[in-house]
Design a protein. Structure first.
Ligand code: C5P
Length: 308
């Protein structure tokens, strides 16, 4: 039995380019791994049982346990890569990452399942191959393997680790219900069309990482990072879920240094001065009635890791 711990992510910068002909957008995506995470356990089963999936945690009821789940797809993809037939493995997800929340929880489980099955089946798959399989599973899966802080280019799967100093303190306000990532990207395109700027990759310049944001990470400067937080999907998420404006306001009024929608939302992320300030912001958000719950956490933390 192998258990893997895997982090959620927040995008401290999410620069979104135009819509490509393959249906994806070119990104300048600064991923940041936080301690709020899931645990995926892989255990052997009898021959012929196939891949079975179970889930625990407060949101277990809304986690899809069919073949669309990235953990199940990861197990099959890894087996196929090694020329193995339909694998027999039991996967259990202990879920703390908000579901459909813009924190790459499904992607995290896919990355964790790759690492857990690799260890269970003693395959010793090279990291480069795991990253390749991860990219096949989804744009955010490679980063969940890597963790830390990294710049994602292309559709987010081409990663370069970034230097970072110290620990940053975060609060995540979890909304009622999720948002569909493709729907938020589509709304981003629609808003660009409506504004007359166009939404294709020949209309929108390819985004770049913000040097001020990279310097803030390297310096461990939370105030500077708060000032540089940027998400090109935020107006689309707010357009689909206008109530998020009140959540962002509540966290800011409670003393957060900075606030933004996490990825495609609807989770909202708040940067705090220190652990104490983060706890106070989380408390104020829970009392505000503008979210379902709020978690204080920190990062960066490593990517998918086998627990001893
Ligand atoms: O790669 P992943 O399966 O996570 O992407 C889900 C959807 O999000 C894509 O089908 C696409 O609609 C959108 N997306 C995008 N540009 C990206 C990443 C995702 O448009 N860079």
């Amino acid at each position: 039995m192998i258990t893997v711990r895997v982090p959620a992510k927040v995008n401290v910068q999410l620069g979104v380019g135009g819509l490509r002909t393959d249906g994806f957008h070119d990104l300048a995506n600064v991923f940041f791994a936080v301690a709020l995470g899931d645990e995926v356990t892989a255990s052997a089963t009898g021959p012929g049982e196939g891949v079975t999936l179970t889930c625990s945690g407060p949101d277990a009821a809304v986690v899809p346990l069919d073949d669309s789940n990235l953990a199940a797809r990861a197990a099959r993809l890894l087996a196929a890569r090694h020329g193995l037939a339909e694998p027999d493995v039991r996967l259990h997800i202990d879920k703390a990452i908000p579901v459909a929340g813009g924190m790459a929880g499904g992607s995290a489980d896919g990355a964790a399942a790759l690492v857990a099955c690799d260890a269970l089946w003693q395959l010793d798959t090279p990291v480069a191959t795991l990253l390749e399989l991860a990219a096949e599973l989804g744009s955010d899966v490679p980063f969940a393997l890597l963790g830390g802080v990294a710049l994602g280019r292309g559709r987010g799967e081409i990663l370069d680790p970034l230097p970072v100093t110290g620990t940053f303190h975060w609060v995540f306000a979890v909304a009622d219900g999720g948002l569909s990532t493709p729907a938020v990207f589509r709304e981003c395109d629609r808003l660009r069309e409506e504004a007359g700027t166009g939404s294709g990759d020949t209309d929108v310049p390819t985004p770049d990482a913000d040097p001020a944001l990279l310097a803030a990470l390297a310096d461990g400067d939370a105030v500077a990072l708060a000032g540089a937080l940027a998400n090109d999907l935020q107006s689309a998420a707010l357009s689909l879920r206008p109530s998020l404006a009140a959540t962002l306001r509540a966290g800011t009024e409670a003393g957060a240094l900075g606030a933004l929608v996490s990825g495609s939302g609807p989770t909202c992320a708040f940067l705090a001065k220190d652990a104490e300030a983060a706890a106070a912001v989380a408390e104020a958000l829970r009392a505000s009635g503008t979210c379902r719950t709020a978690h204080a956490t920190h990062g960066p933390v490593p990517g998918a890791t086998v627990l001893p």
